[in-house]
Structures are given as C-alpha cells and as structure tokens.
Design a protein around this ligand. Structure first.
Ligand code: Q0Z
Length: 343
C-alpha cells in the first residue's frame, strides 16, 4: 500500500479523511446574453456533477481536460473521469451530468469487447478493492473511476481513421496524402475511406498533436513495435467500428494509446469514447460536408450562437444545453451497450 496514513499525525489523518472531493458549481452562473434565459439545472443533477477531483492522499500523475490520473503505487494508477467538457480546445465552465460515468463505462464496455484481441490496463472498478484511504470517496468514485496497471507508455498516439475529417481532411486537400499515405483523388470531406488508415501522431508539447509519417514513428519507437501497433490499432478499430455502425454510430476516427506491461503491448487510457474519437449519428451521415458531432453538437451550436471568441474566459452553458448534451452521452452509451446507465 503506497498511501501510508499511519505516517501522518493524528490530526492530519482526521483532516484528510474528512476532506471531500471538491465540487464546483460554476454551471449555475449563466451569461446574461438574452434578457430572459431562466433555467436552473435541477438540484439533483447539479449535485452529481463533478468538475474537479482532489485526493490529498494521492500524488497526481497526470491531468487532462476531462480526466485526472493519480498514482496509487509503483504498479497501479487511479483514473477518474470528471464531468468536464471541452469545446474548441477549452474546458467549459459547466459540467455535463453523468458524462464521467458514461466515458468510463464506454471504455469498460470496449475493454471487454476487445479482450480477445489485445490485453488492456484495467485492474478493477470494484470500490471494495480500492485502497482503504479511498473508501470514503466511494460514492463519488463509483462508476467514473478505475484502477489500472501502470504501463511504460509509448510516446505516440495511434490514430486510426475510417473517414476523412479534421486534420486529415485539411492535409488531404493540400497534399492528396495523410501522414504520407497516398489516397485516391476526388475524395470529399467526411468520405468513407476505401479502408481504414493508421495515422500516428506525436504528443506535441504545446497545442495540438502533430501527424507524423509511419517512418517517423519507426524512428521514434522502432520499426517492429511500430508495425505491431499499426496492426493492432487497425484490427481493433475495424472490429469496434463495424459493431458501432450496426448500432447507429459511425466512429469516424479514434486515438489509441498503448504501453508495455507484464502482459506485453497493452491497450491503455480511454478507448473508443466520444472524447477520444469522432462519433457521428449514422442516420444523418452524408459526405461533402462536415458532420454533426454525436455528443457535442448542442454545445458547439450554442457557442457559435453567442459568438464566443474562443478565448478565455470560457462561457458557461445554459441548463438546457447541458441537459440535452447529457442525454446524448447517455444515448451513445445505450446504443453501444444496449444498457441504460442509472441516473
Ligand atoms: C496515460 C492521460 C489522462 C491525462 C499517463 N496505464 C498507464 N500507465 C501509465 N501512464 C498512463 C497509463 Cl494509461 C497514462 N496518460 C494520458 C490520461 C489524463 C493524460 F486521463 N498519461
């Protein structure tokens, strides 16, 4: 056990145990853009929204726009998905009810679905198996957290694209290629590709990930490993995308992260969630234009409507936008798994 409460003075121990997860309810403050936008998120929903985590007992290992990762010991990490949402590269001031649980449960679904194809980093989501110092946070951690095996992460993002969108569409328009891969001429935005392509990227220190040719990835992590990550990524994407398509969701592209553990090459991080992938509603798909986002469309529409300049300060969302967005996440979970998240 890495967290040794006995090493602390009795007073400090009591204080640590008492301190709750920090909750922010910034979502209550709406911008006064229209004279009469009176909308209050019902208190039960607001109560459940988690924007920030705080475990004084643990060392923060990494923090992203949505998820926080804590170090449990040398072998294990605690992943916690908050209800934060980002749009146009910024985390917004309002949380989306249930979003953290939906993201976590979607990753768990895919870990199980893909388990015969690739080992993954999941150890447990059973609060009863969490270290004793975390037990007091059980209510807040339940459903939105998992304990995972710490992996030696490979410094490349393994991106697979089945459709032509985002940075790939931009690259194709100017060069006819994506990450050095020659594509047929005459493709339109959002077109389905003849076959999925592997387009690795490096985690840029500032701003956006940078697409790199396969040869560059081979230089970074070695040709053998690169070939294995290429093959695994394509097989995993193809199986998942075919499944999702039958359930009404197009997974246009996705980003995998792998690392090395005792099990060999291991699928880590979040997997095939709306945050790590482009989810499109299949019944509205049509090439030749940008597609609506399955999950974030109401948010983007609102931010365009208020003509946010995409610079801080970040806006809050009206309650109805947050609620309808929440419903889209729950719908994605339902479509993929056939189950309902209890809300
Ligand atoms: C993944 C990330 C996040 C910010 C570290 N199994 C693992 N072992 C070691 N490290 C990682 C994993 Cl998944 C690891 N990230 C990416 C995730 C917030 C950054 F939730 N960082």
């Amino acid at each position: 056990m890495s967290i040794n409460l006995r090493l602390l003075a009795a007073g400090a121990r009591a204080e640590l145990r008492e301190r709750p997860l920090t909750k922010i309810s910034l979502g209550l403050e709406y911008p006064t853009i229209s004279a009469c936008r009176i909308s209050v998120m019902n208190s039960q929903l607001l109560d459940s929204v988690l924007l920030q985590t705080d475990f004084p007992e643990l060392k923060l290992h990494a923090s992203g726009k949505v998820r926080d990762v804590y170090l449990l010991d040398q072998e294990r990490l605690l992943f916690v998905a908050t209800d934060r949402i980002s749009a146009f590269d910024y985390v917004l001031a309002t949380g989306i009810p249930h979003k953290g649980r939906v993201l976590t449960q979607i990753s768990l679904f895919w870990f199980e679905f893909l388990r015969d194809l690739v080992p993954n980093h999941l150890i447990t989501t059973d609060g009863g198996q969490y270290p004793p110092p975390l037990q007091k946070y059980a209510d807040q951690l339940h459903g939105r957290s998992m304990i995972v095996t710490r992996a030696d992460m490979f410094p490349v993002e393994c991106v697979v694209r089945g459709y032509l969108s985002g940075s790939a569409w931009k690259e194709y328009k100017t060069t006819g290629r994506v990450c050095g891969i020659e594509l047929p001429t005459g493709l339109q935005e959002s077109d389905r590709l003849p076959e999925p392509i592997f387009t690795p990227a490096t985690k840029a220190t500032t701003g956006h990930d940078e697409n790199i040719p396969f040869a560059e990835m081979a230089r970074l992590v070695g040709p053998d490993l690169s070939r294995q990550l290429h093959d695994i990524s394509l097989v995993v994407y193809s199986k998942a995308a075919e499944y999702a398509r039958q359930k009404g969701i197009i997974i246009a592209d996705t980003k995998f992260e792998f690392g090395r553990t005792a099990q060999g090459i291991t699928l880590a991080d979040e997997v095939l969630t709306p945050d790590s992938s482009r989810f499109w509603p299949a019944d509205q798909y049509g090439p030749g234009r940008a597609q609506d986002s399955f999950d974030k469309q109401y948010v983007r529409d609102y931010l365009e409507e208020i003509r946010w300049n995409k610079q801080p300060p970040v806006p809050a969302l009206p309650a109805d936008v947050a609620r309808r967005t929440s419903e889209k996440y729950l719908e994605a979970y339902h479509l993929l798994t056939g189950r309902d998240l209890d809300v």
